[in-house]
Design a protein around this ligand. Structure first.
Ligand code: HEC
Length: 104
């Protein structure tokens, strides 16, 4: 019985690690980052001579706002306007949560 209780507590702990503030899913963010964003931004950092800003460890609110601005085109970048255009509010929170938790 005791063992069951302990693994239940550990599971709860893992679950709350995966959910950051705002209920964003770091795991979903990680998947999208690996599939899409990393082509340009990398995960920890962009490749040495690339003109792409690094995202790892940046402030969650900053990343979220930047993506929202790219999506509604109040911030202009042909590349990022196209990419952010297909992101939902959840997608934005998830990738922002993921990148903000990474150590650069
Ligand atoms: C095809 C290349 C490419 C891909 C893929 C890409 N980006 Fe970008 N990203 C750029 C470029 C280029 C800029 C700089 C644009 C500018 O000058 O505003 C940028 C800028 C950004 C910024 C602003 C950073 C800052 O310092 O203000 C954020 C945040 C960002 N991207 C997030 C993402 C996320 C999240 C994804 C995946 C969903 C993604 N990008 C996919 C090329 C890309």
């Amino acid at each position: 019985m005791r063992r069951v209780a302990i693994s239940g507590i550990m599971l709860l702990g893992l679950y709350s690690l995966a959910l950051s503030a705002n209920g964003a899913s770091i795991y979903a963010g990680q998947e999208r980052a690996a599939a899409v964003c990393a082509q340009c931004h990398g995960i920890k950092k962009p490749s040495a001579d690339a003109p792409f800003p690094s995202l790892a460890g940046r402030d969650f609110t900053y990343l979220k706002l930047a993506l929202e601005q790219y999506r509604d085109k109040t911030r202009r970048s042909d590349i990022m306007n196209a990419i952010a255009g297909s992101l939902t509010d959840n997608d934005i929170s998830n990738v922002a949560a993921y990148y903000s938790k990474l150590k650069p």
